[in-house]
Design a protein around this ligand. Structure first.
Ligand SMILES: [Fe+2]
Ligand SMILES: [Fe+2]
Length: 479
């Protein structure tokens, strides 16, 4: 009888299917059909079985009597900055001109940011630098090559739109601090280099990244509402932690000691890897409890149906989701997620209560850890600080797959109030200048792959940020 629903293009969540299998009452299917829904959740089946109308029940969400969620009193203040989201705007054909346009766009926008910072020495193009032999100048360049010389110095090949140059970071003359800084320069970085021109070289004296501005006070919201940050749920995986995610749902619905905080949560942002996906890595099917990606998303829809209806759910994709593999990623399709949630690309910028939230899954975190000394899987927040310093979410081209759009969506044009990443399944937080950095964890227990790699995830810990007071707390759903 389940076929009746499927034939009509109606999807049934795994939970709902299990419940339906237990009932032999055929009228249940007729009543489910009469709901006119494209997605049937467990709550729908329970509603029909108990002769209640689940729609009416959802419309007047009745929390436990002692729970008075103040977020229910407010309408949502949420705006997606669509110009910073690739969804529906991918134009690339992967041809040479797309690559040229991509790098030109990245260079022009980042060098414009660098130009805004003050310098005592004149800023010149590389073509003009040759006319300044013996002078100190500043150039705005992209790094194209980096190598150690026999004498232990570091030689960089750099370019701008007018030409190329060689820049030497010399370790002589007590420049250990500068050499230290030079180790943080990575390929394709766009930086300002200050130094003396001794053709054919520039002898570097300083390096600056675009960086975010220093501000005295961080921005806060007027209304007393909160955001819960999730990522890496991995529905469908053997290691998906359903019981623990259910505890989060119960908490949000007012069960537990911190119900006052739960009642402030007006927004839940989920930064990708909603499902475990199919064929993401060799032999993945052995680690899947649900091997149909649509059913995996059906489980997610079921999860959403159990959240209070006054909470805005914002969902971005990750490398396990059913979108293209390379960054920037478009939003997950309506054929996968049928719930009424706000779907965004990765990266995306969302203004929530006037506070700019940059949401990026974090696929490039791996290449950042491999490229920058001092970065590690233990501290994802340090990587996000490097994103902000560089005003770019994936500086090393080729370290992870980047699709060369004519606009580089990975440039962080506007300094955000909050950066939210995921991907490496580890919680981490930092306050960097005006930006709060949040790396949310996961609801997937440690996988075989993570054991082999020595990665230790932090599952079932959910950061919640109160936008009016600036208080960040981590809620523990491990037991
Ligand atoms: Fe993940
Ligand atoms: Fe991921």
């Amino acid at each position: 009888m389940l076929d009746k629903l499927v034939e009509k293009g109606i999807r049934v969540s795994v939970d709902a299917e299990e419940l339906l299998a237990k009932t032999g009452d055929e009228s249940v299917y007729e009543r489910l059909l009469s709901l006119g829904k494209l997605f049937i959740s467990r709550a729908d089946v329970e509603g029909v079985l108990s002769e209640k109308n689940p729609d009416a029940e959802a419309a007047e969400f009745r929390p436990p009597s002692a729970f008075r969620p103040q977020a229910k009193e407010y309408g949502a203040d949420l705006k997606i900055m669509h110009n910073l989201d690739v969804t529906g705007k991918s134009r690339t054909r992967g041809e040479l001109d797309n690559f040229v346009n991509y790098f030109r766009n990245r260079f022009e926008r980042l060098s414009r940011l660098l130009r805004q910072s003050h310098s005592n020495v004149p800023t010149v193009t590389l073509e003009d630098a040759k006319k300044h032999v013996g002078d100190r100048v500043r150039v705005l360049v992209m790094i194209t090559e980096k190598r150690e010389t026999k004498k232990g110095n570091t030689l960089f090949e750099v370019e701008d739109l007018t030409g190329t140059f060689k820049v030497v970071f010399s370790q002589t003359g007590g420049r250990e601090k500068l050499m230290d800084k030079s180790r943080g320069i990575i390929l394709d970085d766009v930086v300002a280099l200050t130094g003396k021109i001794l053709e054919p070289y520039m002898i570097a004296e300083e390096v600056d990244w675009p960086d975010t501005p220093v501000v005295k006070e961080k921005k806060l919201a007027e209304r007393d509402v909160a955001v819960a940050y999730l990522s890496d749920l991995h529905f469908g995986s053997n290691n998906f932690m359903k019981e623990h995610l259910d505890l989060f749902v119960k908490w949000l619905c007012g069960e537990g000691e911190t119900k006052e905080l739960a009642g402030k949560v007006k927004y839940v942002i989920i930064a990708g890897d909603i499902v475990d996906g199919i064929g993401i890595y060799p032999n993945q099917e052995r680690e899947l409890v649900v091997k149909d990606v649509y059913k995996q998303y059906g489980m997610f829809d079921d999860f959403v149906s159990n959240l209070p209806d006054y909470v805005e759910i914002i969902v971005g994709p990750g490398n396990h989701d059913a979108v293209r593999r390379g960054d920037p990623m478009p939003a997950i399709g309506d054929d996968c997620i049928k719930s009424d949630v706000t779907k965004i690309g990765s990266p995306s910028m969302a203004s929530i209560e006037g506070m700019k939230h940059l949401v990026y899954h974090g696929t490039s975190i791996d290449s950042m850890i491999a490229s920058i000394p001092g970065m590690s899987y233990m501290h994802p927040e340090k990587v996000a600080v490097e994103f902000l310093k560089r005003r770019h979410l994936s500086p090393v081209y080729g370290g992870n797959l980047i699709i060369p759009e004519d606009i580089d969506y990975m440039v962080v044009e506007e300094p955000p109030d909050v950066v939210h990443c995921g991907h490496i399944h580890k919680n981490g937080y930092a306050q960097y200048r005006s930006t709060l950095v949040i790396n949310s964890g996961t609801f997937q227990s440690r996988t075989e792959y993570q054991i082999k790699q020595g990665h230790v995830p932090t599952p079932a810990l959910v950061p919640v940020y109160e936008l009016k007071t600036g208080k960040l707390r981590t809620l523990d759903f491990r037991s």
